[in-house]
Design a protein around this ligand. Structure first.
Ligand code: ATP
Length: 236
């Protein structure tokens, strides 16, 4: 049972590992419903490793993490699809199927997450594409779309099951500045409607232009702008 005031993410004294190496240790933070959080830090500081742990791609061996009501420590592989249905994941590399149309890419995820009714699938497809500002692209192949449009398709795909939180790992890393800003604004819009967002980014302009809470990976720990002040310069 989940209650509306429960945090969407709760991290308690967790250590993040890659193989046997400790990447981040003694980390504690919570993310509440509808929050927007930037995740920053130098290359190799642990942003992706933390995100992977949160969405169940990297095992949590020390400490406790709960994401949308699922305990991540020792999570069974059979439980991971249920976790993934309540979250959205967006990477820098778009990771679409390039031999399938936009519609087929989205239907693939719907089928994998239990959608069966064709009419409902079609109307959800139209809804999520509209949500990300894409019109008549459903029959197009991904390569017929610009990089920004492809990333919008990926965001639409992540929105299919109305996730409580989006984890985005440098979602604008492959895009030029103008297109990146459009994608950033789309994340803010989605966030305004109540979906929490955690976005790993090297783009400090976003943080200046659209200030929000910042978690900074540094020297194996996490600093939290909601608890302490720290310099944002020199981290990119
Ligand atoms: N698959 C892996 N196996 C072993 N070590 C890894 C693996 N992926 C990352 N690492 C190591 O874990 C540490 C943290 O890397 P991570 O990718 O989480 O950093 P990051 O902050 O996301 O970096 P970037 O900004 O470049 O994406 C680094 O020392 C990296 O070399």
């Amino acid at each position: 049972m989940s209650f509306s005031n429960e945090p969407v993410v709760n991290v308690a004294n967790a250590t993040i590992f890659q193989d046997h190496a400790t990447v981040l240790s003694e980390i504690d933070f919570q993310i509440t419903k509808g929050e927007f959080v930037y995740l920053v830090g130098r290359t190799g500081s642990g942003k992706s490793s933390l995100l992977k742990t949160l969405y169940g791609d990297l095992p949590l061996r020390l400490g406790d993490i709960t994401v949308v009501g699922h305990g991540i420590r020792d999570i069974k592989s059979s439980e991971i699809p249920f976790l993934r249905r309540k979250i959205g994941i967006i990477f820098q590399a778009f990771e679409l199927f390039y031999d399938r149309s936009v519609a087929e890419n989205l239907f693939f995820v719907m089928k994998a997450t239990g959608w069966k009714d064709k009419a409902k699938m079609k109307s959800r497809l139209a809804e999520v594409l509209m949500r990300v500002g894409l019109g008549a692209v459903s029959s197009k192949m991904p390569h017929q779309l610009s990089g920004g449009e492809q990333q919008r398709v990926v965001i639409a795909r992540a929105l299919i099951n109305e996730p409580q939180i989006l984890f985005a790992d440098e979602p604008t890393g492959n895009l030029d500045p103008e297109v990146s800003e459009g994608i950033m604004k789309l994340f803010l819009e989605i966030n305004k409607s109540g979906t929490a967002v955690v976005m790993a980014t090297h783009n400090h302009h976003f943080i200046e232009q659209f200030p929000a809470r910042v978690l900074k990976c540094e020297n194996g720990k996490i600093k939290d702008s909601s608890k302490e002040e720290f310099e944002l310069t020199g981290i990119y």
